[in-house]
Design a protein around this ligand. Structure first.
Ligand code: HEC
Length: 255
């Protein structure tokens, strides 16, 4: 009995449709993969799509926009997944610009999507919907800076003469997530942080700040030197250019 069950699971895994594969085979010819938010903004706002010449929203645009606009993103995750999957399935079979959730400035660059009715199975649609749903979180995880615990970071700061960048956040803070998604994945930011800083993230809804620090504004960025002295304390969410300036200012204050 157990062997039969194991066999069944094995076969299931063998035949399971991979969302990524479906995407690459049936969607990627039009919908490109990951392109950083800043590049996309530049392309659509300043260049009227002449820079990237996209023919459809990118995978990260789809993931971000659909999850944000359909149902209640903060509500029950299983229900939200089903709602997003239902939208994708309906759209792929019966595309309709009136129902599109893309920004108008983006949509005006695109033709209407051709229907894939008869070209994609229900199972494939289910798999590709899951892939699109999870993509946006995965990108942030893969491209963003790595965060350390504070004690370890302080030791490392001493050894390597680096500055701790303490990000004060909560899990539900919209602007924290926005900055994580749009700024912390930018190459220049990641490179500068990796070279001279040790990033630490503390969720103040669950954890106290170290060194008796106290702030209720999220996000806040507190820069601390190797002697545990606060160099700068900057509340607020920032764009890439301003954030790079803040990092430079912290460096100037370091002895
Ligand atoms: C031949 C090109 C092409 C292919 C192949 C294609 N799409 Fe599209 N798709 C588009 C274009 C162009 C748009 C934007 C215009 C529109 O909404 O009709 C779009 C829009 C969408 C939207 C709506 C986005 C929104 O903001 O509302 C979804 C969802 C979508 N595509 C999913 C898919 C999935 C999933 C696949 C693969 C199974 C796929 N598409 C394959 C061209 C394509």
């Amino acid at each position: 009995m157990r062997i039969a069950l194991a066999m069944l699971l094995y076969l299931n895994a063998l035949y399971a449709v991979e969302g990524k594969e479906v995407y690459e085979k049936k969607c990627a010819s039009c919908h490109q993969g990951y392109i950083p938010m800043s590049k996309l903004k530049e392309n659509f706002q300043d260049y009227n799509n002449t820079l990237l010449k996209l023919v459809a929203p990118t995978l990260n645009q789809l993931s971000y926009r659909l999850k944000k606009s359909i149902g209640d993103p903060k509500g029950d995750n299983e229900i939200h997944r089903m709602e997003v999957a239902a939208f994708i399935t309906e759209y792929v079979l019966h595309p309709d610009r009136q129902k599109s959730l893309c920004l108008d400035e983006v949509m005006q660059s695109f033709q209407t999507m051709p229907s894939l009715e008869g070209k994609v199975s229900e199972e494939e649609l289910e798999a590709v919907s899951t892939y699109i749903y999870d993509f946006d979180e995965k990108v942030v995880e893969e491209h963003s800076v790595a965060y350390e615990g504070f004690e370890k970071a302080l030791q490392k700061a001493k050894n390597e003469h680096k500055i701790i960048m303490l990000k004060v956040m909560t899990k539900d803070c919209y602007f924290c997530r926005k900055m994580e998604r749009e700024v912390m994945v930018e190459n220049e930011v990641v490179e500068m942080l990796e070279k001279d800083f040790i990033p630490v993230a503390i969720d103040i809804s669950t954890t106290e700040l170290p060194l008796g620090l106290n702030t209720e504004l999220t996000p806040s960025f507190i820069f601390i030197d190797e002697n545990a002295k606060v160099l700068l304390n900057i509340p607020g969410a920032w764009g890439k250019k301003d954030f790079l300036d803040i990092l430079r200012e912290a460096k100037m204050k370091q002895k």
